[in-house]
Design a protein around this ligand. Structure first.
Ligand code: NAD
Ligand code: UD1
Length: 310
């Protein structure tokens, strides 16, 4: 049966892939996005099942109107850059925390139950110490971004207990793929490195390049988010999304260099404030709770991102 879903942040990188997947299944989708990072061109121009609202999740009235009549919500709108939150905690808090609270209230008002929420590995801070991080690891938010994500989780859990909301909370590790916007210095590292390699421009590494991330291809994530949206019984605890694989930035550069047959100059600069050293997911809970997608390995994901055949 066809349903109506609200996707906040639907004009962005992950959101636009989610919108495509829901439309492809025959559903109707309403997108709420303030276009601060997202772009209307990430969405189909002429699908009658797609509604677009240009608005802010920090605006409670706008969120209430967007939630009304929906069967469920995928809440992805946020300032995704950790560094942006360090530079501007007040403004990013509006998007990253107040936005979530507005979603909770609007869902309560309109009796909508299911919400898929994009939390982050950032909530663990440096507590992983290079080992795979499971969900019970102590939380140690080092930045306003991480604090807002963790507070959002707590509020979603409050609305679950108090008002019967059904949050499916995913702690994404590092997602990459087509449509990740490389245009800001705060953009995801893979989008920046691949674009600069493509254009032959010098690459800056913050720190020694030995920091590691658990990179996860966007199409694989979308399979999981749809399960979170459609599953009968949602797992009430937050679930890590990663492959339990650590790739250092140096290894990432090597992989990109192989695809391009070389790299532009690489400069090593001071590490960023609040930057996590090692981030790698223990994904046991994910495997128990959800059907795992077939893994798109890093190199294959890079090929797809760059539009290279094979
Ligand atoms: P993105 O910047 O491409 O998408 C975020 C979208 O939200 C953009 O379209 C932006 O315009 C919109 N937005 C921002 N503030 C808004 C506001 N106040 N009101 C309405 N719309 C607003 O980033 P993304 O990588 O697609 O991130 C999607 C979600 O996933 C975010 O919540 C992010 O924190 C989370 N996340 C991303 C990653 C990753 O590696 N990309 C990892 C962990 C969590
Ligand atoms: C990313 C996501 C964040 C998410 C988190 C979960 C983005 C923009 N950020 O944060 O939303 O919650 O994963 O794990 O999608 N770097 C460079 N040079 C550059 C850019 C980055 O060296 O030009 C370094 C950074 O200092 C960092 C690493 O690359 O050490 C990854 O940075 P980034 O892609 O911004 O991601 P995270 O900070 O891990």
């Amino acid at each position: 049966m066809s349903k109506l879903f609200l996707v906040t942040g639907g004009a962005g990188f992950i959101g636009s892939h989610m919108v495509d997947a829901l439309l492809a299944k025959g559903h109707a989708v309403r997108v709420l996005d303030n276009l601060s990072m997202g772009n209307r061109s990430n969405l189909p121009a002429d699908n009658p099942r797609l509604q677009f609202i240009e608005g802010d999740v920090a605006d409670a009235a706008c969120v209430s109107a967007a939630v009304e009549g929906c069967d469920a919500v995928v809440h992805l709108a946020a300032v995704a850059s950790v560094q942006a939150s360090v530079d501007d905690p007040v403004s990013t808090h509006q998007s990253n925390f107040v936005g979530t609270l507005n979603i909770c209230e609007a869902m309560r008002e309109h009796r909508v139950k299911r919400v898929v929420f994009a939390s982050s590995a950032a909530v663990y801070g440096n507590n992983g110490a290079g080992q795979p991080i499971d969900e019970n690891t102590a939380k140690s938010p080092l930045t306003p971004y991480a604090s807002d994500k963790l507070s959002s989780e707590y509020y979603l859990d409050f609305y679950r207990r108090q008002h019967g909301l059904e949050p499916a909370v995913f702690r994404f590790f590092n997602i990459f793929g087509p449509r990740q916007d490389p245009s800001s210095p705060y953009s995801g590292v893979i989008s920046i490195f691949t674009q600069r390699a493509q254009q032959g421009l010098p690459i800056s590494v913050f720190g020694d390049g030995e920091q590691t991330r658990d990179f996860f291809f966007v199409a694989d994530l979308i399979e999981l988010l749809q399960q979170g949206l459609f599953t009968e019984q949602v797992v009430s605890d937050a679930v890590n999304v990663g492959w339990n694989q650590a790739t250092s930035l140096k290894q990432l550069l090597e992989a990109i260099g192989e695809l391009f047959g070389g790299l532009p100059a690489v400069t090593y600069l001071e590490p960023r404030a609040g930057d996590i050293r090692h981030s790698r997911a223990n994904n046991d809970r994910l495997k128990q709770a959800y059907r795992m997608p077939q893994e798109t390995p890093l190199k294959e994901g890079l090929r797809q991102l760059l539009g290279l055949a094979g």
